[in-house]
Design a protein around this ligand. Structure first.
Ligand SMILES: [Zn+2]
Ligand SMILES: [Zn+2]
Length: 302
């Protein structure tokens, strides 16, 4: 969060009122056994910036409030049981687009309702919604899993891409999206890879740290940690299906959503929850690919 930048747009009176409230509410947090885990989480997912003073009780209090607000938890500003339990749920590696405006931070501090808007991060590749500027897209499993059957993975990805294609084509006319598996000679746009450890980007996978992430258009790569306990339709591990639907959403340009029914919520859906694009997902998709998008692409190219 860019806290200082947020202050600049607010009147001194409001800052004074809010800071008085901060002093009242920002009691120092006790150091607990979970302290390091909570701190690690808050930094990793964008609630605290790496350069900030993480021992500063005010900044940690704000970061916890932001996290609790994002996930609809009671806003205590403390690493309480509800907060720690939520942090343990399996989730995407990408950061959350937390509020960075002073007014939203103050609303959280004062425990007022927030507007609920997700604010885009300014970290390149981790929060900038972008769209593909074409309607024919090809995908490919570039590096298969050592643990999941490739045919199962291919079937799930094929179904997921069909669902995204259907959603994308809802408001197109004669020019539509075509999303298919790349043939051997074709260069894929969306590349799926199962990898481990340091695999050449800023997201190093560890055995129990890092599950999956993706890059926005026009990069379009999706990486799964092949050391994670992936399963298919089973609760005894991380169900691959909701994870891949979520990552494909990123590969089409979608950011995280705080809506718990959305596939783009950072927490992966459980294996027993039916997979479908929610109204929230479709609304976000339409912002990236509005009605007659493909017609405009076609006109631009002719
Ligand atoms: Zn994600
Ligand atoms: Zn990666």
């Amino acid at each position: 969060m860019n806290f200082c930048r947020g202050f600049s747009a607010v009147s001194p009176t409001l800052i004074l009122v809010a800071c008085v409230a901060c002093v009242v509410r920002a009691r120092p947090l006790a150091t607990t056994a979970d302290d390091t885990d909570a701190m690690h989480y808050l930094i990793k997912y964008g609630y605290l910036e790496p350069g900030e003073d993480h021992q500063n009780p005010f900044l940690r209090h704000i970061a916890l409030l932001q996290f609790q607000d994002y996930f609809g938890l009671p806003k205590t500003g403390r690493d309480d049981d509800d907060t720690m339990k939520k942090m343990e749920e399996e989730r995407c590696d990408l950061r959350d687009p937390v509020s960075s405006t002073a007014l939203e931070i103050f609303a959280n501090v004062l425990n007022l309702p927030t507007a609920g808007f997700d604010v885009l991060s300014d970290v390149p590749g981790e929060g900038q919604q972008r769209s593909w500027f074409k309607c024919t897209l090809r995908w490919k499993i570039v590096k298969p899993s050592q643990n999941l059957k490739e045919s199962d993975v291919r079937n799930i990805v094929t179904q997921a891409m069909k669902k995204y294609e259907g959603a994308l084509n809802q408001d197109q006319n004669e020019y539509t999206f075509s999303i298919e598996e790349a043939r051997d000679q074709e260069d894929p746009d969306i590349k799926l890879l199962f990898v481990t450890g340091n695999h050449g980007d800023t997201f190093t996978f560890k055995k129990k740290d890092g599950v999956a992430h993706a890059f926005y258009p026009t990069e379009g790569a999706i990486h799964f940690n092949d050391d994670s306990n992936w399963t298919i339709k089973s609760k005894d591990g991380i169900d691959f299906e909701p994870a891949v639907y979520h990552q494909i959403g990123h590969a089409f340009g979608m950011e995280h959503s705080r809506n718990t029914s959305a596939l783009m919520n950072p927490i992966f859906k459980r294996a027993d929850v039916p997979i479908s694009l929610s109204a929230d997902d479709i609304e976000r998709m339409k912002k990236l690919y509005p009605p007659r998008f493909c017609e405009r692409i076609h006109m631009d190219r002719t």
